[in-house]
Design a protein around this ligand. Structure first.
Ligand SMILES: Cc1cc2nc3c(=O)[nH]c(=O)nc-3n(C[C@H](O)[C@H](O)[C@H](O)COP(=O)(O)O)c2cc1C
Length: 207
């Protein structure tokens, strides 16, 4: 039995492709694995705060020294990290915004990448503390940034997500990208969504 953390980050509701694809995945996954449990977080509609000065002071000092102000400043981060660590698998829906992830998802990453909680610094250097997890990231983009194409080098979304989650120890990451959703016309969008849908069916069988 696995516990899944499902996160969406598009600010759009019914119009969001990433959102509808993650929901399709989780619904089909639950049908195939009814015993699995899911926690849902909607960063698109309930964003988490940006880190601020009290947050930084709290993150880099011992919890037993924290004043009530610092305890409060770090409490959302603690909740988000507990939630992340409690899950075995992650399903994230992330649109491409200006060649990268939306700022709502970056704010989330800033909350969960924390020394002593999700990574450590020791004699060997940095060490990820989040091990044994699997991640599925479903991205959506208006254009296309496939490797080997002229725009391939402009995709900072997938390399960044691999790097930052790898940094905290999550290296088993599957990406499904629904691309061409705006610039490919109705035909391009349909083709891309069919491809993403097939990739989801494959992931249900093999993940
Ligand atoms: C602020 C903003 C920035 C965007 N930047 C890009 C971009 O750099 N490249 C791209 O291909 N599409 C870009 N798009 C288009 C979205 O990636 C596309 O509409 C996608 O479907 C959004 O995800 P959603 O359908 O889940 O809301 C941008 C859209 C917005 C609103």
């Amino acid at each position: 039995m696995a516990h899944i953390l499902h996160i969406d980050s598009s600010p759009r509701a019914e119009r969001s492709h990433s959102r509808s694809l993650t929901h399709r995945f989780v619904t089909d996954w639950k049908n195939a694995h009814p015993q699995d449990t899911v926690t849902y977080r909607d960063l698109g509609h309930q964003p988490v705060p940006h880190v601020d000065e009290p947050w930084i002071a709290a993150a880099y000092s011992a919890p037993e020294t924290h004043t009530p102000e610092l305890q409060k400043a770090i409490s959302t981060s603690n909740t988000l990290i507990d939630e992340l660590l409690a899950a075995d698998r992650y399903v994230f829906g992330i649109p491409m915004y200006n060649l990268n992830i939306p700022s709502t998802f970056k704010a989330y990453i800033d909350q969960i990448v924390r020394v002593g909680r999700t990574f450590a610094i020791n004699e060997q250097g940095y060490q990820g503390l989040v091990s044994g997890k699997k991640m599925l990231v479903i991205t959506s983009s208006g254009g296309s940034f496939r490797p080997g194409t002229p725009m391939g080098g402009y995709n900072f979304q997938e390399p960044f997500l691999k790097a930052i989650f790898g940094f905290i120890g999550i290296t088993d990451i599957t990406f499904i990208n629904a691309d061409n959703l705006d610039s490919g016309g109705d035909e391009g969008r349909k083709e891309s969504l069919t491809e993403a849908s097939n990739a989801i069916s494959q992931a249900i069988a093999n993940w």
